[in-house]
Design a protein around this ligand. Structure first.
Ligand code: GTP
Ligand code: MG
Length: 328
């Protein structure tokens, strides 16, 4: 695309609201191409703006020159949204910190689990990841009676009975609390990804005041479906797409996305902790906060903050009781 054409596209894009533009508004994209692109996952301008020409050629069969032109136009149309520090500070003031019932754990996380972020808890079986998920689904409602929690359940570990106990422990009406938790069972990784995409609909179309989205477990299906070295790249690619979808949910709706992750043994490590989180860098980088959970003494659980943009790393202990998470 030459400079003049770009200017025309930019002018046209400027006169329309960016949100109203669709892939079909891009030069050289007719209904057939748009459909092919959509099938391959290029449904909005952002997806196209960050694609490579090769990817678009594969997806839609357009020629190289056309692909370059489509990408350049999509880029020209994107207001990449630089915000001032003041704007971001203002936005951060709308962040809510969802407490857990354990003051220690709240303090470790600067007051609670933050909305607008992905928080990843990883640890061995029985370390308390699912218990924290249940606690958050209840506690967000204690803070705000209209709050809704979404629970994407991949391992069939959501237990309404447990919610009833926790609601009672928090002094809430169990029936109301259960009603405000929307649970969906994910049967495989594609299903899980689709459910994550549908969360935005719950908010925008059904008008639910979703404050927490739980994915428990984030990685189990991916781990089970992609076995062996050869499929690792494909798995990481899909996981990356999933994480970005979740990031979008967290960011654009001021929602806490809480994901759980198991650990695997690292036979190469002789000193220090011989375990590593599943999902590697893809999950680690997309998560805003990472908490490592392990079993401590006398039935306690130890939580260690591993990665945080603004909090010191630290460690604390709590226990899981019938009525909720408590300090020791
Ligand atoms: P995996 O999903 O297997 O990786 O484990 P997880 O990290 O999700 O563990 P989970 O959160 O399920 O923790 C299980 C532990 O929580 C149990 O071993 C119990 O110690 C505790 N727990 C679970 N339910 C209850 C309960 O109703 N009351 C009490 N007091 N403790 C419970
Ligand atoms: Mg679990």
């Amino acid at each position: 695309m030459n400079k003049q054409e770009l200017v025309i596209v930019e002018k046209k894009m400027e006169s329309t609201n960016e949100n109203d533009l669709t892939v079909m508004d891009l030069p050289g994209v007719g209904p057939a191409t748009a459909e092919k692109l959509a099938i391959a996952g290029y449904e909005d301008l952002m997806a196209i703006a960050v694609a490579t020409p090769g990817e678009l050629i594969d997806a839609s069969g357009v020629g190289e020159a056309a692909a370059k032109k489509i990408i350049a136009s999509a880029r020209a149309a994107m207001r990449m949204g630089f915000e001032s520090g003041t704007d971001i500070l203002k936005r951060r003031q709308s962040i809510i910190k969802i407490p857990t019932g354990s003051e220690n754990l709240n303090k470790l996380l600067g007051g609670g689990f933050e909305t607008g972020a992905i928080v990843e808890c990883f640890g061995e079986f029985g370390s308390g990841k699912t218990q924290i998920a249940h606690a958050l689904a209840v506690q967000c409602q204690k803070q705000n009676p209209n709050a809704v929690a979404v629970f994407i359940d991949t391992e069939n570990t959501f237990r309404p009975e447990r919610i009833i106990e926790l609601a009672k422990g928090a002094g809430l009406d169990p029936e109301i609390v259960l009603g405000n938790i929307k649970v969906a069972r994910a049967y495989n990784s594609d299903h899980q990804m689709l459910l994550a995409e549908k969360v935005s609909d719950l908010i925008s179309k059904q008008g639910l005041n979703v404050k927490v989205v739980i994915v428990d477990s984030l990685t189990a299906h991916f781990r089970a479906e992609f076995i062996g070295r050869g499929t690792l790249a494909e798995r990481q690619q899909k996981l990356n797409k999933h994480m970005h979808e979740l990031l979008k949910v967290a960011d654009s709706n001021n929602v806490l996305v809480y994901v759980t992750n198991q650990v695997m043994a690292r036979p190469d490590v002789f000193f220090g902790d011989p375990t590593a989180a599943i999902g590697g860098h893809v999950v680690a980088h997309a998560s805003t906060f990472r908490v490592y959970l392990r079993k401590g003494k006398k039935g306690s659980r130890v939580a260690k903050l591993i990665d945080s943009p603004n909090l010191p790393d630290g460690e604390t202990a709590f226990i899981v009781e019938t009525g909720g998470l408590r300090d020791i």
